[in-house]
Ligand binder design. Structure first.
Ligand code: HSE
Length: 430
């Protein structure tokens, strides 16, 4: 057998610790598959005393993670520290510069600096692999890069954040409050260090930027993504969606249009029968649509130690076997520049939740505004009457152009009879 592949793991949080444990637990089968041993040589993390319940006997503990990048006895650096800047970026850059392979779960880093890092890896002839950065345990990057290599991919949509899917599912199934479910997601190791990244759609957008680059052969373009999170969703929306035959999901959508590539992240109502609606709790799902294959659906656990370590170790096996793929599927110097399309051209149906004064003519005023902007009402539900207090008004519309709909909502919000900021949710057919 050839020499062992010598690995260092920087960052022993949920994911780093699970990676170290998996390397040990499945060592014999990993050696068979890679044709050489995968040897964990060193680890680095902030707090040495923390009980991680993993066996690190024979593994060197290094205080300074960045020092791993310069060690001649290390072939691959696994970065599970997180964050787009600071030590994670410095470590990855230094390791690549020193000719070491890098495997990372860091979606923020790849979404913001993926192009320069992929170019660095290409010039040094080493791997920069990040399967774990998108959709946890689902091998979606490999599927796009290899399994769907024959296709012109024209659309990707997916649920890419386990924490927010967990929150939306629990709120619907148990009626639990948002904060309570978020705290549980943190306990289970699903949420980001800063959970606003999860609930505000930023984590989903990081992952979408990576998927878009791979699917459409373009440079990562996080800055152009239109992003909305799930904070404005309330139990009324979830219940009304169920009544109408929908689920509310935080979706990432990328489409090749005639105007360029549309990238957006926002809550959506999707039909309960749509395959993607079946992904509940911490599960993620991705649909890739290609000109030859039609639609492919991938579903699996999108967060947590085991699933994420599964993706990291798969990358390690590939590298140890000599299967070194370009990070974004093609030589990074040949990726096309971004070509963002304005999402104002989206055409689709909408759900609108309003709080209005309970008096005659209110619905007629709203209908008139929508009509003037080229839209029309499909259904209207007025919440229970309550002694002169404002009541919820729930509407769905027929297809309208996003730009017109936003204009209509701005006019509606300015009506004296509308007492709260409206909540607008897109309805996607799929
Ligand atoms: N916070 C992320 C999620 C972790 O909940 O999906 C996996 O990237």
């Amino acid at each position: 057998m050839v020499n062992a592949m010598r690995i260092a793991v920087a960052g022993l949080g949920t994911v780093g610790a699970a990676t170290a444990a998996l390397l040990r637990r499945n060592a014999p089968i990993l050696s068979q598959r890679a044709g050489r041993r995968l040897e964990l040589v060193a680890v680095s993390s902030r707090d040495r005393r923390k009980n991680r319940e993993i066996d690190l006997s024979g593994v060197e503990w290094v205080e300074d993670a960045e020092a791993l990048a310069a060690r001649p006895d290390i072939d691959i650096v696994v970065e599970t520290i997180g964050g787009s800047e600071g030590i994670a970026r410095a470590l990855v850059t230094a390791a690549l510069r020193n000719g070491k392979h890098v495997v990372t779960a860091n979606k923020a880093l790849v979404a913001l600096h993926g192009q320069e890092l992929a170019e660095l890896a290409a010039t040094r002839n080493v791997a920069l692999a990040f399967e774990a950065a998108v959709a946890g345990g689902i091998p979606v990057l490999k599927t796009l890069r290899e399994g769907l290599a024959a296709n012109r991919v024209y659309e990707i949509h997916g649920i890419l954040n386990g924490t927010s899917n967990f929150i939306l599912t629990e709120m619907r199934e148990t009626g639990r409050a948002f904060d309570d479910v978020l705290a549980e997601a943190q306990r289970l190791g699903y949420a980001e260090a800063d959970p606003s990244f999860d609930v505000d759609g930023i984590d989903t957008a990081h992952k979408l930027a990576i998927l878009t680059a791979l699917a459409f052969g373009r440079q990562v373009d996080f800055a152009s993504i239109s992003i909305e999170g799930i904070r404005s969703i309330d139990p009324t929306d979830i219940a009304f969606a169920s009544e109408l035959g929908y689920r509310i999901k935080l979706l990432a959508i990328a489409r090749q249009t005639e105007r360029g590539v549309e990238q957006r992240v926002h809550p959506c109502m999707v039909p309960i029968k749509a395959p993607i609606a079946a992904a509940e709790g911490v599960f993620n799902a991705v649909v890739a649509a290609g000109d030859a294959v039609d639609k492919v659906l991938l579903v699996g656990r999108g967060a947590g130690g085991g699933p994420t370590a599964s993706a990291i170790v798969a990358d390690l096996v590939d590298i140890a076997s000599g299967r070194i793929a370009p990070s974004f599927g093609i030589d990074p110097r040949h990726l096309l520049p971004p070509e963002p399309a304005d999402i104002g051209e989206r055409v689709g149906a909408y759900y609108l939740r309003l709080k209005v004064e309970d008096r005659p003519g209110v619905v007629a005023d709203i209908a008139a505004i929508l009509r003037a902007q080229g839209s029309s009402l499909e259904s209207v539900v007025l919440g229970g009457r309550s002694q002169g207090l404002p009541v919820p008004l729930l509407l769905t519309t027929h297809d309208a152009r996003e730009r017109d709909m936003r204009q209509a909502v701005a006019h509606i919000a300015a009506l004296p009879s509308v007492t709260e900021t409206p909540c607008l949710i897109r309805i996607e057919g799929f």
